[in-house]
Each structure stands twice: as structure tokens, then as C-alpha cells.
Write a protein that binds this ligand. Structure first.
Ligand code: PLP
Length: 356
């Protein structure tokens, strides 16, 4: 694929952060971005251009009717090689989100090849320190300037890159979650399985209330019975019982996480009994009390594995694993991090690399 690159003179390139390990998540962006426009029923060729503000008409439909979707994945560097983890799955999921939001799908090969071109150009932005990576944010928005509710006819797809340090500044410490009893994130038939900005907007108040009470995460319950655990704001959830690992099933209301799918495969490989099944909040809380539940953790690209140390529900705070990181959480984290850095053998064919 031939991609047009609008290059910057060397004097205009940004100064790279001296210590990527210290960067707050998603705060620094690289020199270039990838853009691709959809007009007259077709995608135009992708382009690479200097990173900078987008000029958008104030009537752009994304601002009024919320047609917007995104993805999140990471690139890792080792010498003259950049690794990507299951990146095709991210673009397939972008297309699933596009379908649900009546947006045009993109060709996965074009998405992969153009991303690789961008990464090659920006290779010196991919940090090499253990625990750091280059976060990749593919985004698609409705740009047609038009008021009136209907699917837009013009879209912009773009990819921006941000070097990030480890998600856990103080090491692999468990986080607390507050179960939201007031609000819900998504309902059957809704858009819960799509990675759309709409889900985040409607979840913010529940997240803010959790944060205001001292919990960095909110745990959502199902919208109909308010009984089954679903996921947190940005992560899928796993519960390790003494004799089983369980995670809520993909019934349309939760995001089909790629980390979630990987954890299911890995723990099955390791001989655990793993079930995708409904888990009630009462079963979880009772299991914590009786010792039947021994670990709870979240999964997602940003943190990989986030051990959960406390669950606040119904006015009580329930401790998990005595408030420390569980043994399986740690094993999964080390294994996935090792795979993504290219240090651990990749039995599943999840990794892809770019060399120069
Ligand atoms: C992105 C996301 C996840 C995690 O998905 P990964 O593919 O594992 O990064 C989980 N829940 C929500 C709501 C998300 O947006």
C-alpha cells in the first residue's frame, strides 16, 4: 500500500519525553497521525500528516448525535522490532462497533497496513523500558455538517499515538470498586458491546460517584434485574472461586474485551475450569464472606490485569484476597506482559511484529 506522508522538517519534531515511565496515561502525543476520510459512499486512501487539531464544522453530526467509536491497543518495542498484540481483533471489533452505530466499516488489511506505516515512521516514539508502551487510539467520527437525525454520510477515521508508562504507578496494587446501585451502563438491545463514546458519556456520573467515594472504578450491574455483575468502566471482570474461574457472558451488554478473551484461553490452557456465566452480586459478596471467592480482577488493554481489593456494595465494604493482589492475577499479568514484550513464547499466534 502506498500511503501519502506529509512530513515535518526535523526542526518541527517534538522533544520526546525523557522518562516515559513517568508519563500520565494519554497525556503526550507523537508527531504524526493517520487520517482517512469517507465521502460519497467510499473510503479515500489513508494519509499520514502532522499531529494537530482537526478542523471540524460545528454542525458535524458527531457533536449532535454521538456517532463515534474507537479502539485501544498498544505497541511494544524491542531493539529494531515493534510488537502488536491481536491488533486485527481490534479492527474487527471496530467494524462491529461501526455496524451497530450505522457507520461504514473499514478494510482490516488497510487498517493494519496503514497502522504499521505510521508505527514505522514513529518507531522512535515507542518506548523500550519494561512496563512502557505506545498506546494506539483508532477513532471514527461522523463529520457530515448537518442537523437532522439520521446516519451521517461523511466520516473521519484517524489514529493517534501516545507513549505511556505502566498503568500502576505504585506497582501491582489492588483497586477498590463501588457497585453502582443507582445507574446502569447498558441494556440488552442497546450499545453495550460497541466501543462507542456514548457508553462512556452515560457512565461518567456513576464513575464520578465511585471516585468521589474513594473508589477508582465503578462496577456495573445489569440494567433489568440489577442483580448480575457486568463489568467496570473500562475493564471486564473475572471472579476466581475455589473451584472455578467465572466471567459474565457476552450477551450484548458488555464489551467483548480482547484481554478478556485472552485470559479465558490462557487460564483454560493452564488447566482451570473457566465458565462464561451469570454471576449475581449476592453470589460474589457471599463468596467473599465464606472464602469461596479467592480473587477478583479486571482485564483491559490499558492496565492488562487489575486486581480488585475491595468491593463496596449496599453500604458495606467487602475485602478480596485480604486486600492484596491475588496469585493468578499476578501470573496472568506477568505472562501477558512478557508475551507483549516479545519475551514469552507466543503459542497462540497473537503477536505480530514490524522490523526494520
Ligand atoms: C475497551 C474496553 C474493555 C477492555 O477491552 P480490551 O480489548 O481488553 O482492551 C472493557 N470494557 C469496556 C467498557 C471497554 O471499553
Amino acid at each position: 500500500m502506498k500511503i501519502e506522508i506529509q512530513r515535518l522538517p526535523a526542526s518541527k519534531l517534538k522533544v520526546k519525553p525523557s522518562d516515559p515511565m513517568k508519563l500520565p496515561f494519554g497525556s503526550v502525543f507523537t508527531d504524526y497521525m493517520l487520517t482517512m476520510r469517507y465521502q460519497n459512499g467510499a473510503w479515500l486512501p489513508p494519509r499520514i500528516e502532522p499531529y494537530g487539531p482537526l478542523a471540524l464544522d460545528p454542525a458535524s453530526m458527531v457533536f449532535h448525535y454521538g456517532q463515534g467509536i474507537f479502539e485501544g491497543l498498544k505497541a511494544y518495542r524491542k531493539g529494531k522490532e515493534i510488537f502488536l498484540f491481536r491488533a486485527r481483533d481490534n479492527f474487527n471489533r471496530l467494524n462491529a462497533s461501526a455496524k451497530r452505530m450505522v457507520m461504514p466499516e473499514i478494510d482490516v488489511t488497510t487498517a493494519m497496513e496503514s497502522l504499521k506505516e505510521l508505527l514505522l515512521l514513529e518507531r522512535d516514539w515507542v518506548p523500550e523500558a519494561k512496563g512502557s508502551s505506545l498506546y494506539i487510539r483508532p477513532t471514527m467520527i461522523a463529520t457530515e455538517p448537518r442537523l437532522g437525525v439520521r446516519p451521517a454520510n461523511e466520516y473521519l477515521y484517524y489514529v493517534i499515538l501516545s507513549p505511556v508508562g505502566p498503568y500502576f504507578k505504585e506497582g501491582f496494587n489492588p483497586v477498590g470498586v463501588l457497585v453502582s446501585e443507582k445507574y446502569v451502563r447498558s441494556v440488552r438491545g442497546g450499545v453495550g458491546y460497541a466501543k462507542t463514546l456514548v457508553n462512556y458519556a452515560t457512565g461518567l456520573l456513576g464513575l464520578k460517584e465511585a471516585m468521589d467515594s474513594g473508589y477508582p472504578q465503578v462496577l456495573w450491574l445489569d440494567a433489568i434485574e440489577r442483580k448480575y455483575i457486568e463489568e467496570t468502566a473500562t475493564m471486564n471482570i473475572f471472579v476466581r472461586f475455589k473451584d472455578e474461574i467465572a466471567t459474565p457472558p457476552l450477551s450484548g451488554t458488555i464489551l467483548p474485551g480482547i484481554t478478556r478473551a485472552s485470559v479465558i484461553e490462557l487460564t483454560r490452557d493452564w488447566g482451570y475450569a473457566v465458565n462464561e456465566r451469570l454471576i449475581t452480586i449476592d453470589e460474589l459478596v457471599a463468596g467473599l464472606r465464606t472464602g469461596k471467592v479467592i480473587e477478583v480482577f479486571g482485564t483491559g488493554t490499558a492496565a492488562l490485569i487489575a486486581p480488585i481489593g475491595q468491593i463496596a456494595y449496599g453500604g458495606a465494604v467487602h475485602k478480596v484476597s485480604g486486600g492484596t493482589a491475588g496469585e493468578l492475577s499476578l501470573r496472568l499479568f506477568e505472562h501477558l506482559a512478557g508475551l507483549q514484550r516479545g519475551d514469552t513464547a507466543d503459542k497462540h499466534g497473537w503477536m505480530e511484529s514490524i522490523r526494520w
